[in-house]
Design a binder for this molecule. Structure first.
Ligand code: S3P
Length: 443
């Protein structure tokens, strides 16, 4: 289904950030292999996380929804997964996180399972995770090019020391989750720090995790195999990657202020706020609580006159999922904005460098594609012509970014398909409307 976002004069209001997608996946997975019962609250009930919940259920965990965002998960205990019945593939839909982390978790069990996904996920590389997992002893057969579907045979693993060539929390996490069941101490040396939710949540579930910070490189993370997770009451913080849409909406609108509450405050995730601040954004963060392993903040964002910047590539890993909406900020800024060091965008839900460039061009904003980023020539506040129909390319974040753009452009912006938005932000349309945007769904 299509959707169109029409320009509005002002925005205003308060929304609660939806549950963090990364933390939600991890809470479900860890609860599923813990000893005893866990309750999870604030869970993101997006399709990606629901697919992870279905997968752990197929592997033997007890999974029951007890209320909005509230789930009761009965863990199988250490090594307790069993093979899904014949014909029950584990379908991860659109989710790279679900598929890749579960490869690590399943890999440590005496289990065989077929991993599948949608058209977007089936075109994304799995070898980055399977290479270290194979070294640990996992057996995997994939479609050509290391793509899904993949048949994973887990078993007895040995610990490895691994330095991933890419800055990827998914690779780090898959190796650590496999490491829980490996003989010895599994060590991941990160070239740059990536989101550390696996480390934080494992500790909350009672696992000892080593983290050694380094100057000029990411941390060295380690986990000793054979440790059991203990069931617990886990609370998931709000997602900064989803909150970025409401924040951007406020910043590019001509007038108004938005407050986003309950947002995860973790320096491995908040690069978007730093980048926006460097552009001159009027932003304030105030402490407003705690979730499992994480602090939360409320963010107050006001309409701002933004100026173009050269983004510090060191910020890229902490805002990797926010680069599409950051490109929208750059479109409304005065001057040029340059992003480099973001080649990982090529292997997200779509080739996001191409998708970002197409989204901006079709709406009258000049943009130059680089191998590892892009250069946007901003149109200034309220200066984006709009009027384009944006191709979603099975990518939720491209769809949401385009609809935010339409709220402040001169002419409406449409997207060809909004179905994917439900993978990460089922309340997106309600939240946009609550903040005063004018988004209509329908062909
Ligand atoms: C995620 C890690 C990132 C991010 C993805 C979620 C995670 O992917 O883009 O949306 O939850 O670990 P990479 O590990 O591929 O960078």
């Amino acid at each position: 289904m299509r959707a169109t976002s029409r320009p509005v004069a002002r925005i205003g209001g308060t929304v609660r950030a939806p549950g963090d997608k990364s933390c939600s996946h991890r809470a479900v997975m860890m609860a599923a292999v813990a000893e005893g019962v866990s309750t999870v609250t604030g869970l993101l009930e997006g399709e990606d996380v629901l697919n992870t919940a279905k997968a752990v259920k197929a592997l033997g965990a007890g999974v029951v929804r007890t209320g909005p965002g509230a789930w009761r998960i009965e863990g199988v205990g250490s090594g307790g997964f069993s093979s899904p019945g014949p014909g029950s593939d584990l379908d991860f839909g659109n989710s790279g996180t679900g598929a890749r982390l579960m490869m690590g978790l399943v890999g440590g069990h005496d289990v065989s399972a077929t991993f599948t996904g949608d058209a977007s996920l089936s075109s994304r590389p799995m070898e980055r995770v399977l290479k270290p997992l194979r070294e640990m002893g996992v057996k995997a057969e994939t479609a050509p090019g290391g793509r899904l579907p993949a048949l994973i045979h887990g078993g007895k693993l040995k610990a490895i020391r691994y330095a991933p060539p890419e800055a990827s929390a998914q690779v780090k996490s898959a190796v650590m989750l496999a490491g829980l069941r490996a003989e010895g101490v599994t060590i991941v040396e990160e070239k740059e720090a990536t989101r550390d939710h696996t480390e934080r949540m494992l500790r909350a579930f009672g696992v000892e995790v080593g983290i050694e910070e380094r100057q000029g490189a990411g941390p060295v993370v380690s986990v000793r195999g054979g440790q059991a997770l203990k069931g617990m009451a886990a609370a998931v913080a709000g997602d900064p990657s989803s909150a970025a849409f409401a924040i951007a909406l406020a910043l590019v609108s001509g007038e108004g202020e938005a407050t986003i509450t309950g947002m995860l405050d973790n320096r491995t995730r908040t690069g978007f706020l730093d980048a926006a601040a460097a552009m001159g954004a009027d932003l304030r963060s105030e402490a407003d609580g705690q979730a499992t392993g994480e602090d939360t903040v409320r963010v107050i964002a006001r309409a701002s006159n933004l100026k173009g910047i050269t983004l510090d590539p060191a910020l890229v890993p902490s805002m990797i999922d926010e680069l599409p909406i950051f490109a929208v900020l750059a479109s409304f800024a005065d001057g040029k904005t340059k992003v480099t060091g973001a080649a990982e965008l090529r292997v997200k839900e779509s080739d996001r460098i191409k998708a970002i460039c197409a989204m901006l061009s079709v709406n009258g904003v000049s943009v130059e594609e680089l191998p590892d980023g892009f250069i946007v020539t901003g149109k200034g506040p309220r200066g984006v012509p709009g009027g384009g129909l944006v191709e979603t390319r099975h990518d939720h974040r491209i769809a949401m970014s385009a609809l935010v753009m339409g709220a402040a452009a001169k002419s409406p912006v449409s997207v060809d398909d909004v179905a994917m938005i439900a993978t990460s932000y089922p309340d997106f349309f309600d939240h946009m409307t609550a903040l005063g945007a004018n988004v209509i769904q329908g062909d």
